[in-house]
Design a protein around this ligand. Structure first.
Ligand code: ZN
Length: 212
């Protein structure tokens, strides 16, 4: 590992995606990523970035904003297909906070995303039009980052989209599989993994990074 060139990207470690918030967007087992990520933050990584999903209460990724639509339906938006989610990660809510158990001591930057009502932002690097940047790539290059290791919530959405964009933007990318939550059918997860591997993204586990 290289303290200057390597960065841990922690995607959306927020109670809104956990059993703590059953009426928001709970992802099965998501709370288990927190201790796994803390082990990484105490070990090989000198620096980390945390993303925080951060929507206004009327965000258009919410099914509640589309009369007659249900959560998890797919709606065609101007920028492409969009899954409609239950209301989640509402700015200032308890569920949208960063999980209180996350070790923030090596977190250099908290990047909030999804703040524009009309467009979702799964990726830490680009909004869902895959065009509008968040500034994270430029920030990372500015401090000399070359490799990004990704953990958090959740595959195959915000984690995988972040991995794809990081690779597209020229970084060496690794997804730390056992430090990521998973949502949806295994087939979709497998297909997303294959697509990322075809882009050059590596899949590793915490054991590859931590001393036995
Ligand atoms: Zn969201």
């Amino acid at each position: 590992m290289n303290a200057q060139e390597d960065l841990l990207l922690v995607v959306d470690p927020q109670p809104t995606f956990m059993a703590l918030c059953p009426d928001e967007l709970p992802v099965p087992g998501a709370e288990a990523v927190i201790p796994a990520i803390n082990r990484l933050l105490a070990g090989p990584f000198a620096r980390a970035v945390v993303t925080q999903d951060w929507h206004g209460p009327d965000h258009l990724s919410f099914a509640s904003q589309h009369p007659g639509r249900e959560p998890y339906e797919v709606l065609e938006m101007a920028y492409g297909p969009q899954v409609l989610w239950p209301d989640h990660a509402v700015q200032g809510s308890a569920g949208a906070a960063i999980h209180p158990d996350l070790d923030m001591s090596r977190v250099a930057l908290i990047l909030r995303k999804g703040m524009r009502r009309e467009i979702d932002s799964y990726s830490a690097f680009r909004e869902n039009d895959r065009t509008t940047g968040t500034g994270l790539a430029e920030w990372m290059r500015g401090i000399g980052v070359r490799r990004v290791f990704i953990a958090g919530i959740t595959r195959p959405y915000c984690v995988d989209w972040s991995a794809a964009d990081a690779a597209y933007l020229g970084f060496d990318v690794f997804v730390i599989e056992d430090a990521c939550a998973r949502l949806g059918p295994g087939q979709a997860l497998d297909e997303s993994k294959l697509a990322l591997e075809a882009q050059g993204v590596g899949f590793i586990t915490t054991a590859d990074l931590l001393p036995g």
